[in-house]
Design a protein around this ligand. Structure first.
Ligand code: NAD
Length: 348
């Protein structure tokens, strides 16, 4: 094999799309998916590629440094793409500790073992940290985050991701570990755990349940279709300049209330609902503490330097996402049990 690549968190939402892209596009790479299979990890997301020769799944936890060391010793990785994380902002508010453990300690475990494993030769090695635009905090009504915007995280989730990014940069500066970081806006698409806004709304409409919206609903996010993010990760991994960060986004800002109404319209049409509108299910609930008002991304750097642009238009992506959730009830039933159920009952 030309390269051995460790992808952590590959059984999750974005990770599964990245694994599929790499396994199919690079038959000469051996892709190792290292995932703890938390409530958000689901091997069903990867059924179509699970028997490919260049793919191996290892159940493992980045918080356990010996497990990380073992997998490095076994496969001698050339590159790491770290997607493993606790990712739900609401959970980070009710229980920040596991965010500190996985997002900060887990990332530093990977850095420490990569450093040890690569110490004789950093040539052709790469540590790629997948981060979020949330590290930059909140924007006012105008302006965009650039790669030089100061970090100003507001939630325990974004603080843990910001901290991890700082460690990655510090290990690059101090120990010369070759790294890249990308900071992406909100993703949507198939296989997203149904606690996140878009799948939650689609499924609640289907089940005639209320559609909770934080505060006045005018919080603004940039939405990127998940396969476009996976393609951007491929481009940054192969063409990104060592030591640089790249913002990834779709220039596709949408207020939450507008987004939810749009989904109501799409689902109603697909289910041929003619009586009333699902928008009647919308309920404004008390705002999330520390809720960032607006995120928006300047993507000039990745567009101009690496030639990456998003390809899926928002309405097209939303339609595909709605179709996927309407057609994959068994996937949904399988993930909505146990821990997820008790959490869901607390918040809705
Ligand atoms: P997800 O919650 O769907 O998946 C996370 C995956 O990580 C799961 O498979 C889970 O089992 C695994 N995992 C969690 N803790 C682990 C541990 N200790 N050891 C090993 N595996 C562990 O998350 P996602 O939405 O796919 O996000 C993936 C990455 O992308 C995260 O780093 C996130 O911060 C970043 N990101 C997400 C978005 C978004 O909109 N979803 C946007 C920008 C950046």
């Amino acid at each position: 094999m030309e390269k051995n690549i460790l992808i952590t968190g590959g059984a999750g939402f974005i990770g599964s799309h990245v694994i599929r892209l790499f396994v199919n596009k690079y038959p000469n790479y051996h892709i190792v998916n290292f995932d703890a299979l938390t409530y958000a990890g689901n091997l069903e997301n990867l059924i179509d590629i699970e028997n490919k020769e260049n793919y191996t799944f290892i159940k493992g936890n980045i918080n356990q440094i010996r497990s990380v060391e073992d997998v490095f010793n076994q496969f001698k990785f050339d590159g790491v793409i770290n997607l493993a994380a606790e990712t739900h902002v609401d959970r980070s508010i009710s229980d920040p500790n596991c965010f500190i453990q996985t997002n900060i300690i887990g990332t530093t475990n990977l850095l420490n073992i990569a450093r040890e494993s690569w110490k004789d030769n950093f040539q052709e090695k790469l540590f790629y940290q997948i981060s979020t635009d949330e590290v930059y905090g909140s924007l006012g009504e105008i302006g965009l985050f650039t790669e030089t915007s100061p970090y100003n995280p507001q939630s325990p989730y974004s603080a843990s991701k910001a901290s991890a990014d700082h460690f990655v940069k510090a290990y690059g500066n101090t120990y010369e570990i070759p790294f890249v970081i990308s900071n992406c806006s909100n993703n949507y698409g198939p296989n997203q755990f149904p606690e996140k806004l878009i799948p939650l709304v689609i499924n609640n409409i289907k089940e005639n349940k209320m559609l909770p919206i934080y505060g006045d609903g005018k919080h603004c996010r940039d939405w990127l279709y998940v396969t476009d993010h996976a393609k951007a990760i491929d481009v940054v991994f192969h063409k990104g300049k060592i030591g640089e960060s790249y913002n990834i986004g779709a220039l596709n800002e949408c207020q939450n209330i507008h987004l939810v109404k749009l989904i109501c319209q799409i689902v109603d049409e697909k289910l041929n609902r003619t009586k009333g509108s699902s928008a009647e299910l919308i309920r404004h609930v008390i705002d999330r503490p520390g809720h960032d008002r607006r995120y928006a991304i300047d993507t000039t750097k990745i567009n101009n330097e690496l030639g990456w642009f998003p390809s899926v238009k928002f309405e097209e992506g939303l339609n595909q996402t709605v179709d996927w959730y309407l057609n994959n009830q068994s996937w949904l039933d399988n993930v909505r049990h146990g821990i997820y159920q008790s959490y869901y009952q607390n918040v809705c």
